[in-house]
Design a protein around this ligand. Structure first.
Ligand code: ZN
Ligand code: ZN
Length: 91
């Protein structure tokens, strides 16, 4: 993994601050970016991640992978545009 990954909302540019703002359907609350969108309690993989409105975000859902800005270069090197297709984003 590259070290220069930046995480921000694809819609508004809000940057997660490491807080546990995401709630799973099982009741778990955690920082979804610490687990790449996977619930640490029930292991549900969340394909979409919501921006946190009460922390200054826009409340919109975006593909989890789209939040990682620094991935573009090596993703395209590794696998090309195919990884940007929504149906392939839940690997
Ligand atoms: Zn869960
Ligand atoms: Zn946002």
């Amino acid at each position: 993994m590259p070290t220069e990954i930046k995480i921000e909302c694809p819609g508004c540019g809000w940057e997660p601050d490491g807080g546990a703002y995401w709630a799973c359907t099982c009741g778990q609350v955690w920082d979804t970016f610490s687990t790449a969108g996977r619930c640490p309690s029930c292991n549900k993989q969340w394909k979409y991640t919501q921006c946190i409105g009460f922390k200054g975000g826009c409340d919109q859902f975006s593909l989890h992978l789209d939040w990682y800005k620094g991935l573009d270069g090596w993703l395209e090197e590794e696998a090309g545009e195919v990884l940007h297709q929504p149906e392939r984003a839940d690997f």
